[in-house]
Write a protein that binds this ligand. Structure first.
Ligand code: FAD
Ligand code: SF4
Ligand code: SF4
Length: 475
């Protein structure tokens, strides 16, 4: 099957079928389907094979998108998979949950006038085809290097680093406080965006590749010290988990819950775990009026989870407007389709209730251009307040880093002014020799694709560090 490229001139943009809205109400399955071979080839062939591919420039992994699109259009899928997986450890995950509208697809040159190439869906198709055909294999290590690396955190940053380091023949140990691998991929992001078997499939592959996982292993000061003694290098990839608080009157009323606790309970339930706080109704939105505060991906995941749990009404309060919200526009559209009501330009002013929250007093906001920077900021509109009824409020205002120098009893671990771990941008090393860091714990709350990129960069830096140390000992 060979398709001529430049198909955008006569072929319309088409995404795989999406689950009908009515079916989504009580269904946690992934809402996007997958291309069939003919559709994938025709959609890939819409690419104009740009000399300077802006899609690739705006992909954090610099994926060679035009080449794997051409291979897909030609039906050379195994080559397409090899090329795409050379720069991306988890293309089946990025193809599903990257905010493509802000990254590769949003910068595709045919977007203006013809609508972009459906890059993410093709990436997912290539990788799922590779899995189905048995082309995705565990790492086969030629000879063991004799060196070992300890990685704290089995999220995408830690897993990408583990994958790359194992390929170099190093013994890799991944430690995580959770009982499952994946970090936010497993307990944060809901099934309707990323089904859990996709992550578990990667876990099995990495295990078969010889990577050793130590789950239920919470790293504290003693464990960190032991790890440094045991391994030739240590990577901190612990993500950011401290929920930001809304310090307004009565913010500690019952039924005002942090987003990640709510999502974790729902994801665990979906995985078949016993979750008493869900079963007793505390984390269950069924029959309730739910208000989610925030405008990022986490808030979108909460509103859409509440819909699926059978909430009576789901409202999202965000202090800016739709254009200025940090979440992906695709997710807002999905939430709107599913019946979520957005109240833009609104900020909580006080919670009202006895033991439990019953209402939120809301302040109307307006956008103003910041004089110096020209950026939009928000200010209250004097006298414009209203109330929104709530049986449960979910706070999704973002996350900060835990205080790692205290947790790891390592005062010498330098932090940035945002509380994230500071690294040398070239070597990815922290202020502690032989200790590296990657992912959200360095960048602050970000994206999976950036965590993968950081994990890959850290692995390259760790390999170089270990080999340089080994050479200097030998000399
Ligand atoms: P994490 O994924 O957070 O993994 C860190 C791991 O470290 C965890 O498993 C944790 O248990 C472990 N850990 C932490 N401390 C310790 C310790 N002391 N000892 C042992 N283990 C420890 N990004 C997207 O690109 N697309 C999306 O659609 C998207 N949706 C999101 C939805 C939600 C609800 C959230 C919260 C985030 C979302 N993100 C999304 C962001 C994305 O999930 C993160 O940027 C990414 O997972 C960061 O990867 P990481 O490996 O740095 O950290
Ligand atoms: Fe686009 Fe993300 Fe894939 Fe890069 S990794 S091509 S940004 S979907
Ligand atoms: Fe193809 Fe769009 Fe990338 Fe150009 S920017 S190479 S048209 S996908």
């Amino acid at each position: 099957m060979t398709n001529k490229m430049l198909g955008f001139t006569n072929t319309e943009q088409h995404y795989p079928e999406t689950m009908p809205v009515a079916a989504r109400e009580s269904n946690f399955d992934e809402i996007y389907g997958q291309f069939d071979p003919a559709e994938a080839a025709v959609q890939a062939a819409r690419c104009s094979q740009c000399g300077i591919p802006f899609c690739q420039i705006h992909c954090p992994l610099s994926n060679n998108i035009p080449d794997w699109l051409k291979m897909t259009a030609d039906g050379r899928l195994q080559e397409a998979y090899e090329l795409s997986s050379a720069t991306n450890n988890f293309p089946e995950i990025c193809g599903r949950i990257c905010p493509q509208d802000k990254l590769c697809e949003g910068n595709c040159v045919i977007e203006k006038g013809f609508k972009s190439v459906t890059i993410g869906s093709v990436e997912k198709y290539i990788t799922e085809t590779a899995f189905a055909n048995g082309w995705v294999k565990p790492i086969s290590v030629g000879s063991e290097s004799g060196f070992s690396v300890g990685i704290i955190g089995a999220g995408p940053a830690g897993l990408a680093a583990a994958d790359m380091l194992r390929r170099k023949g190093h013994e890799v140990h991944v430690y995580d406080r959770y009982d499952r691998v994946g970090g936010l991929l497993i307990y944060g992001i809901p099934n309707f965006k990323l089904e859990k078997h996709i992550i578990q499939r990667r876990h099995h592959l990495l295990k078969e590749s010889g990577i050793r996982f130590h789950l239920g292993h919470d790293t504290d000061g003693r464990a960190f010290d032991e790890m440094r003694g045991k391994h030739d290098a240590v990577l901190i990839a612990t993500g950011v988990y401290k929920s930001r608080e809304i310090e307004i009157p009565d913010y500690s009323l019952d039924n005002i819950v942090p987003a990640l606790d709510y999502l974790t309970a729902s994801n665990r339930k979906g995985l078949g775990d016993s979750v008493p706080e869900f079963d007793n109704g505390y984390f269950n939105a069924e029959g309730k009026e739910i208000v989610v505060i925030g405008g990022g991906d986490t808030a979108m995941d909460c509103v859409r989870t509440a819909v699926r749990q059978g909430a009576k009404k789901v409202t999202c309060l965000y202090r800016r407007d739709r254009i200025n919200m940090p979440g992906s526009q695709r997710e807002v559209k999905n939430a709107e389709e599913e019946g979520v009501q957005f109240v833009w330009l609104s900020a909580p002013k006080a919670f009202v209730g006895n033991k439990n929250v019953q209402q939120i007093l809301v302040q109307r906001m307006r956008l103003v251009a910041h004089e110096a920077s020209g950026r939009q900021s928000v200010v209250p509109v004097e006298g414009e307040n209203f109330a929104v009824a709530a049986d449960m409020v979910i706070k999704a205002l973002g996350f900060d880093a835990e205080d790692l120098p205290t947790l790891f009893a390592a005062k010498e671990l330098k932090l940035s002014r945002y509380g994230t771990v500071e690294v040398n941008n070239r070597t990815m090393m922290t202020s502690i020799p032989g200790v590296f860091a990657a992912g959200d714990i360095v960048r602050g709350a970000s994206l999976v694709v950036w965590a993968i990129r950081d994990g890959r960069d850290a692995a390259a830096a760790i390999h170089q560090h270990i080999m340089t140390q080994a050479r200097s000992i030998a000399a």
